[in-house]
Design a protein around this ligand. Structure first.
Ligand code: GRF
Length: 204
């Protein structure tokens, strides 16, 4: 009998390199307890959607610009029920989800953040800004964190972290690439498998 898998939806906004890491990890068997069955973007022109289509994964758009915060969340909730989604992965999703939304999906949403939480995180810390702040502070080590999503931006329980050293002469752009390559693309698939397995086994 074929083993049951949890149904995963990945939420994206941009280039989708983290989504690609998840797609590749499912292909190679690193993710075996879950299946990526839907990719939702808040932006219709996100390149991440092309990556999903290329991999044969169903896509949908939930635009905050067109629907507003509540409308976007209603659309995401509808997509979750229509597609029997068990678990949401935020992979470069640039919208903050409201408390009423996150409360409905306790321990069912994870996010990747490009720093070692609790450093350089919370509202306003996204994209290049995170790496600019690390360089401004002069820290010698940064990294990435995968955590559960709750009502506090970047405040939920930590699942996996990976540290990355900061070479002299780094720029926000070079550091962003380094953190993605050495940390984000590795720990997001691992966390995805870990949480999928726990959901399957009824541990969370
Ligand atoms: C990543 O740095 C992620 O940590 C952050 O946004 C970026 C998304 O990149 N939240 P991509 O769309 O996965 O390429």
């Amino acid at each position: 009998m074929k083993k049951k898998k949890v149904n995963i939806a990945v939420l994206v906004s941009g280039g989708g390199t983290n989504l690609q890491a998840l797609i590749d990890a499912e292909k190679s068997g690193i993710i075996e307890s879950g299946k990526i069955s839907l990719v939702i973007s808040n932006k219709a022109d996100a390149f991440a959607l092309s990556r999903a289509e290329k991999a044969g994964i169903k896509t949908a758009v939930a635009s905050k610009k067109e629907l507003g915060q509540a409308g976007m969340e209603e659309r995401i909730s509808a997509l979750i029920s229509e597609n029997s989604i068990d678990f949401l992965v935020l992979a470069g999703f640039m919208c903050i989800l409201s408390q009423s939304f996150t409360k409905q999906y306790d321990h069912r949403i994870i996010n990747i953040h490009p720093s070692l939480i609790p450093s350089f995180c919370g509202e306003g810390f996204y994209g290049l800004r995170v790496h600019e702040a690390a360089l401004e502070k002069g820290v010698k080590v940064t990294g990435a964190t995968v955590h559960f999503v709750n009502e506090i931006p970047d405040g939920g329980e930590i699942i996996i972290q990976k540290a990355v050293t900061i070479p002299d002469g780094s720029t926000p752009q070079s550091l962003q690439k380094r953190v993605m390559k050495l940390a984000e693309w590795k720990i997001l698939p691992l966390a995805c498998e870990l949480v999928s397995k726990k959901i399957l086994n009824g541990e969370i």
